[in-house]
Every structure is written in C-alpha cells, then in structure tokens.
Design a protein around this ligand. Structure first.
Ligand SMILES: Cc1cc2nc3c(=O)[nH]c(=O)nc-3n(C[C@H](O)[C@H](O)[C@H](O)COP(=O)(O)OP(=O)(O)OC[C@H]3O[C@@H](n4cnc5c(N)ncnc54)[C@H](O)[C@@H]3O)c2cc1C
Length: 389
C-alpha cells in the first residue's frame, strides 16, 4: 500500500493514524508542535490546566474507540455534590422551577428539528421563561453567547448526551488529557505509525493519500480552499490556581451561558496539595472585547464562590481567548451534514471537530477521523501512487 500522510497530531490525527495502521497502511504523522495533542495539551505542573478538553463522555465515540483498543486511561467520576446555579443574578442550590419542569417535560423527546431555533422550540412546548434558562444552560458545550439561536436539533442532541443520559456519563482522565494523548501516541507507535513532531506542513505531499487533521482555519490555508469554513464559538476562558480547596464543583450559569468547574475536585492530581484548579469560561457577545468578557466572567465567579471568595486566593492565572476553536455550531436550517465534507477529492481527506460528523465536543473529530482513515486506506489499497503535481 501507498504510505498515508496525516497532518496534525491532535486527537483527530492520532485516531486517524491508528485506524489507517489498523487498515494495513504505512502511516506518517506530521505535527507542527514539539508535543502531540493539539488542544488536548496542558500546562506543566503544579497546575495542570488543559488548553481545551476536560470531560471524557462515557457515551461518546472517543470513549468507545479507546475502550475497544484497551487504550482507555484511568478516569474519575464527578463528585455528587457541589453544583450550584446562577439564575436571576443570584446563587442558587437548585435551578429555577421553570427549568426543572421543562426538563421533565422534554425528557423523553429524542429529536428536535433543524429548521427552528432551540429557543423557539422550547418556548413552544414549555414557555418563554424555560426557553431562556435552557438556552443559557447550553453555553458549556456551545461556547456561544446565545445557544438559543442555534438549530434546535444541534442543541438538544448535545444537551441530551451531556446531561440527560443518567447516571451522569462525564468522566475525568486522571492526570488530565495529556495522559489520554500519551495513550493514543503509544497506540499509534505500537501499530507502526512514524511520528515526526516540530514539522509544520506548508504544502500537501505530492503523492499518496493525505489526511488533514488540523483546525479548520489551518486546513483552509493548507488546501487554499476558502469554502472550508463553519460557525464556531468565541469565548474567554480563565484557568485559576487557588490556595485552599474550598470551591464549588460547578457553577452553571443560566443567565449568561457561562460555566465554572473545579477540575481538581474529581482529580486532585491537577493541583498541588491544599490548592484548587478552576476553569471558567464566558462566551463573548458579538463585538465584545476579551476584557469586557473577562469582567463578566469574574462577576460569575464572585456569585458562584459567594462569601468564600476567590480573588485573594489566586496563585496561578491564565487567560485564553478561544475564537473558532471550540468545535462546530449548526445554525438554524443546517445540520452536521452541511459542514465541510471529509472527502475533499484528489486523495485528500479532512477530519476535525468542524467537519461533517455528528456528536458532542470532540466526538465529531473522532468520527470524521475514522471516516477519513477508511477512505484513505481504501484509496491506498486500490490505486498505485498518485501524483498531485
Ligand atoms: C475550552 C474548550 C473546552 C473543551 N472541552 C471539551 C471537553 O470537555 N470534552 C471534549 O471531548 N472536548 C472538548 N473540547 C473540544 C476538543 O478540545 C476538540 O474537539 C479536540 O481537541 C479537537 O482535536 P483535533 O485533533 O481535531 O484538533 P487539534 O487538537 O486542534 O489538533 C490539530 C493539530 O494540528 C496541528 N497542525 C495545525 N496545522 C499544522 C500544519 N500545517 N502542519 C502540521 N501540524 C499542524 C496543530 O499543531 C495541532 O496539534 C473543548 C474545546 C475547548 C476549546
């Protein structure tokens, strides 16, 4: 078989490499950074703060892929207590009644339509108040200032996977996602994948099938194809290392679609002894600057931490603005099928979390990687070395 080149060593590139090698193809993986993992990388200890993902969903595609190959690292379950809400500007132990009633009512509804906004869909069944609370509740996976304006099908499918599949399916990789990346790297090397890091690819290899497993904007530049675009979120995120372990586990923001989570609660190894690691995020409004978004996020932290306080306890602080880096958002009238396709033609295949594939957060990256690998292996097996020159 021809060698398959995979560009990008994040989750999508590693999964695609493993799947191609399992299909019998020789594989070369090229990664621009010295370290593999992409957004799955993290800061060095003492505070192990991920650049992106934290939660591994036990009902998702990545989980299944890892488990089937015995690559699943040790995981922790979420604590049973410590969740609070911000609603109507104040901290609450329970969500507003309209929110809970709407969930009871919608519990059994498996699918929602593409051609209606999530807000209108909920409002038609449960009223405007419930629609407002539920819309803001989806900021945690949408990274959008107003998830209610997105397609009802998109939002509801993800809400169900994240929150309504009981008991909760959220899991936390012990030691953070770098441990998961290390497991994938081991799985790739064991299957003979040749990994080269510190190599930024500026043009596609002249021969053989190529899988482009980069963020969409990098794929757009590499392939010179302006059509490779899809809506994504814009959010400001703060990682905070705090003295003392006192902190809510989750502050679920039903006012402004923000989210606060103390990742050292399920996994103490992420922070030094006697400290806490918190990640908080606030989606930016259209035209809003990062400083203003950060102030709104600090206000959410003030409400969530209450009199316990957080400001005077900060010993580590990192701010990120994540623009177009938190996965696809399907607007009204569109579904994941309308996103940039896996098969770009001419022996080039695309994968990542903004590519045409279903699922929550990193799941589309995994599903599209498996599809890209299937197509690339089929091409490598059928055709003699093809030249793109
Ligand atoms: C704040 C935040 C929170 C998130 N939380 C979760 C969560 O809890 N659970 C979850 O499952 N998902 C979560 N996600 C989503 C998850 O992080 C992504 O879906 C996943 O990391 C995407 O992986 P990827 O391999 O497609 O892309 P990336 O991780 O971006 O990897 C792309 C790689 O390609 C490399 N590259 C780019 N250009 C080139 C080039 N020209 N040559 C060579 N290499 C190149 C990059 O260096 C990078 O390593 C979150 C994302 C964000 C931003």
């Amino acid at each position: 078989m021809d060698e398959i080149t995979v560009v990008g060593g994040g989750i999508a590139g590693l999964v695609a490499s493993i799947a191609c090698a399992e299909g019998g193809a020789p594989v070369r993986l090229l990664e621009a950074h010295e370290r593999l993992g992409g957004r799955g990388r993290a800061t060095e200890p003492p505070f192990v703060a991920s650049f992106g993902p934290h939660v591994l969903y036990a009902n998702g595609t990545l989980w299944r892929f890892l488990r089937e190959r015995e690559l699943l690292p040790p995981v922790a379950r979420p604590p049973l207590t410590g969740v609070c809400f911000r609603a109507g500007g104040r901290r609450r132990r329970t969500p507003p009644l309209a929110f809970s009633r709407a969930l009871l009512r919608l519990w059994r509804v498996r699918e929602a339509p593409d051609d209606v906004s999530f807000r209108d869909w909920v409002a038609g069944r449960c009223g405007d108040e419930a629609a407002a609370w539920l819309s803001a509740a989806c900021g945690v996976f949408a990274f959008h200032h107003d998830p209610g304006e997105l397609a009802a099908s998109f939002v509801w499918e993800r809400f169900r996977q994240a929150f309504l599949d009981l008991p909760p399916r959220a899991r936390y990789v012990r030691g953070g996602w770098s441990v998961l990346i290390a497991a994938l790297e081991w799985g790739a090397r064991e299957r003979g994948v040749r990994i080269e890091t510190g190599v930024r690819v500026s043009e596609l290899p002249a021969e053989g099938a190529t899988i482009v497993a980069t963020e969409l904007r990098d794929a757009r530049a590499l392939l010179g194809d302006e059509a490779l675009a899809w809506p994504s979120g814009r959010t400001v995120a703060l990682d905070l290392g705090l003295t003392g372990r006192r902190a809510p586990f989750v502050v679920w923001d039903l006012d402004e679609a923000g989210w606060v989570e103390t990742y050292s609660k399920p996994d103490r190894s992420l922070a030094p002894q006697g400290h806490a690691l918190v990640q908080a995020q606030m989606p930016l409004r259209p035209g809003e600057g990062a400083d203003d978004g950060e102030r709104r996020l600090e206000a959410l932290l003030d409400t969530g931490f209450g009199s316990g306080g957080w400001r005077e306890r900060v010993v580590f602080r990192r701010r990120q603005v994540l623009d177009g880096r938190s996965g696809a958002l399907d607007p009204v009238g569109a579904s994941w099928r309308d996103r940039p396709a896996v098969d770009c033609g001419d022996g080039v295949f695309l994968c990542g979390d903004s590519v045409a594939a279903p699922g929550l957060l990193s799941d589309p990256a995994v599903t599209s990687a498996l599809e890209a690998a299937r197509l690339a292996v089929a091409q490598a097996a059928l055709r003699p070395a093809t030249s793109r020159l």
